[in-house]
Design a protein around this ligand. Structure first.
Ligand code: WTA
Length: 704
């Protein structure tokens, strides 16, 4: 899409000044036990050893056949890793651990209700469940290698069991975050042409048993409208034998998995030996258009990358109890709850519910009870726990050696609370920057070898060579104080293979911007454009500023402005809609929607609620806007494009920039007066923005 012509100088390139934070060094107790302590590792992964350096990651796996070509660049940017190699992901995460760790916990599941005891699932038990469900998927659901299947599952052990059962068969799973609406699930079913949906009757959230099966009916209906028929809906039950949903089963379509499984007791399914390049799963994410992108991840490259980064950056040892609080419905959960930790044979904790339920001491009680050693969460959760229970961690005797933050920039003062209070000053922290598309971490610190710096994620991880380019493809130098677009110069094994069904978008979105020579088969000509603004300090540490495209990061969840806007447009009265980010003390960013009404309609208070509802129904509760503003008209360019940058400035009380080139400049003041007066009345005036937040708001809507 065309870049806004009115903006001559890229807003993200303006100089950003702030105080550099001090380094924190890892404690000796951590270094003494860490997986990576010899600085020679940096040499092994230096550019001169690329791509062969990644053999070190691939060698963490068990291969049925070794690869002959580490990296095939013959069809850029569709890179192929470990070509000729064969393996099975389920075998690598389950079977191969049986010999040494049969009765060790693979998963510990913590139900949300505190009176329900945590449940350990040993590697042996996981093996049995995965095999039985794989047999069911193959023999009852008729799934074959290469077919797609959609899951709409909450945080229950049945989700990793379902994933690993598919991996065993070479069936491509596509998990849709449980909090997404039925309609959003249906769109993803249709896009991936899945004919089987796996769901659950209900799950606990904030003390309530949520009816989840109802969403499956909406999903099937939506997929049908989009031309894809779901043949079977497999329903796990939260309490086997008891049905927790009001939605009726459709005869011949819907089945209770616990009932079907009785026919598959003790069944064993040979893991299918898959080519390294076979797709393992799809993970949908938001971008600049209304249609979500199905990021296709590979089997060999992906699994090698998550195993390697889990070992060195998460410092996972087989004896650790590792707890990542992310939802498995997001990439973090796939890579760093399921595939990475299980490939390494550790114990991975899954918590069903809300971290602050029934009180903000809950995570620390869980950590103490289970003896968690590694803890992994997002800034939003840290902010929330800090606000609601700043002294809670002190009341519990858990001791973390290692903690991770992921998904959003973390404010230095929040980082320090995480370090001093949650980590009790003795845990290292890794701030990991990466994306759904990437499979695993891109920038972070190697915890025993590189010091931490609050608010900065760190340098590129092993074998990743990042660079910041300006809009014209010139390198923005470290220490220049200027921001630009962070790119990765090289391919890596965890990078997604394509956008499902839309290879042209894959090339266009991620590679077109900085590719100098489209006929080149040399990877140096194909930098990966991440879509984030960033700065590189003189010490080589990156500070991520946020998205430069039309994506709003709410509590670590990516929401596309176009998705939000098209959901708003499903409301009859709405003529135009624009979504912008607004600073939020807890969730990082929240969404505000501006709508104008169809001619002749007067604003009514209930329209606002209608728009908010439409967004919940079309996308999910996480996308519910903080405010909906009904405005007489949108600020527009002469060519009729809505200026989101101007609206974002109004919502955040910042300078809206030059409006003289607008077709209707007078509207800006009118909207500002109305919206800001209302916000003042509601007590929603934001604190003064930091320079980097200001840069983000100014740059919003720049790439279109
Ligand atoms: C943002 C989540 C700052 C970034 C793994 C990225 C971060 C988007 C960090 C990807 C971090 C992720 N510091 N920002 N440590 N990690 N982001 O696809 O804008 O859900 O592009 O993947 O989150 O979100 P996604």
């Amino acid at each position: 899409m065309a870049v806004e012509k009115d903006v001559q100088v890229s807003e993200a390139q303006i100089a950003v000044h702030w105080r550099e934070e001090e380094f924190y060094h890892p404690p000796a107790t951590f270094i003494a036990q860490a997986n990576a302590t010899d600085p020679a590792i940096f040499q092994r992964f230096s550019e001169e050893h690329f791509p062969e350096c990644f053999k070190e990651y691939a060698d963490l796996l068990t291969w049925d056949a070794y690869w002959h070509t580490t990296l095939d660049t013959s069809n850029p940017p569709f890179w192929k890793w470990f070509v000729g190699g064969r393996l099975n992901a389920s075998y690598n995460c389950v079977d191969r651990h049986l010999a040494t760790s049969r009765n060790k916990a693979a998963l510990i599941w913590v139900p949300e209700p505190e009176d329900q005891d945590p449940r350990a699932i040993t590697y042996q038990e996981l093996y049995c469940r995965v095999n039985e469900f794989a047999a069911l998927l193959r023999d009852f659901a008729g799934l074959k290698t290469g077919d797609r299947i959609t899951f709409h599952l909450p945080m229950v052990p049945e989700l990793p069991v379902s994933m690993l059962a598919c991996a065993r068969l070479g069936v491509i799973h596509s998990e849709v975050f449980g909090g997404f609406s039925g309609i959003a699930c249906g769109e993803r079913i249709a896009d991936s042409a899945s004919h089987i949906l796996v769901t659950m009757d209900g799950y606990y959230r904030n003390g309530e048993l949520i009816d989840h099966k109802a969403k499956a009916d909406e999903a099937v209906a939506k997929a049908r409208v989009l031309g894809v028929e779901v043949d079977k809906v497999l329903v796990w039950r939260r309490h086997p034998g008891q049905y927790a949903s009001k939605s009726r089963l459709v005869r011949g379509r819907d089945f209770f998995v616990d009932e079907l499984l009785s026919d598959y007791r003790g069944r064993v399914v040979e893991p299918v030996s898959m080519p390294a390049e076979a797709p393992l799963f799809l993970m949908y994410t938001s971008g600049t258009t209304a249609r979500p992108k199905g990021c296709q991840h590979s089997t060999g490259g992906y699994l090698a990358y998550v195993a390697g980064t889990s070992k060195y950056y998460q410092d996972i040892h087989p004896g650790d109890t590792y707890w990542c609080l992310a939802d498995i419905g997001w990439i973090t959960g796939h890579s760093y709850i399921v595939y990475g930790p299980l490939a390494l044979g550790t114990t991975s904790v899954i918590y069903e519910g809300v971290p602050t339920y029934p009180d903000p001491g809950r995570p620390w009680r869980i950590a103490e009870r289970l003896g968690v050693t590694i803890f992994h969460t997002a800034p939003t959760t840290i902010r929330m726990l800090r606000k609601l229970g700043p002294d809670e961690p002190k009341k519990y005797r858990y001791r973390f050696k290692h903690m991770t933050t992921v998904g959003e920039p973390i404010e230095p003062e929040v980082w320090r609370w995480y370090h001093d209070i949650v980590g009790k000053g003795t845990a290292v922290i890794v701030d990991t920057w990466w994306q759904t598309e990437n499979g695993g971490f891109l920038c972070s610190t190697l915890p025993a070898l590189q010091p931490m710096k609050p608010g900065s994620c760190g340098p590129g991880v092993l074998g990743i060579y990042p660079v910041i380019y300006d809009e014209n493809g010139r390198v923005v130098e470290a220490g220049s104080g200027r921001a630009g677009n962070i790119c990765i110069r090289n391919p890596w094994p965890g990078i997604f293979q394509t956008v499902w069904g839309q290879p042209e978008r894959f090339v266009q979105i991620y590679y077109e911007k900085y590719c100098q020579n489209k006929t080149s088969t040399d990877w140096h000509d194909w930098p990966y454009f991440a879509g984030d603004g960033a700065l590189k300090a003189a010490d080589g540490y990156f500070r991520i500023l946020g998205r430069v495209d039309d994506v709003i990061n709410v509590a670590g969840h990516r929401l596309g402005t176009k998705e939000l806007e098209s959901a708003s447009l499903t409301v009859d009265e709405v003529a135009e809609a624009a979504a912008v980010p607004v600073l939020d003390e807890l969730r990082g960013r929240a969404v505000e929607i501006y709508v104008s009404l169809k001619p002749g309609l007067a604003p009514r208070a209930d329209f606002e609620e209608k728009v908010a509802r439409a967004i919940e129904t079309q996308i999910g509760k996480i996308a519910r806007p903080k405010n909906v503003w009904i405005v007489p008209d949108m600020p527009k360019t002469r060519s009729g494009k809505i200026m989101r940058r101007v609206i974002a400035g109004i919502s955040n009380f910042t300078d809206v920039g030059d409006t003289s080139t607008l077709a209707n400049p007078e509207i800006v003041d009118e909207i500002r007066r109305h919206v800001q007066a209302e916000k003042v009345a509601r007590g929603e005036v934001p604190r003064e923005l930091s320079p980097q937040e200001l840069a983000e708001i100014k740059a919003f809507g720049r790439v279109e």
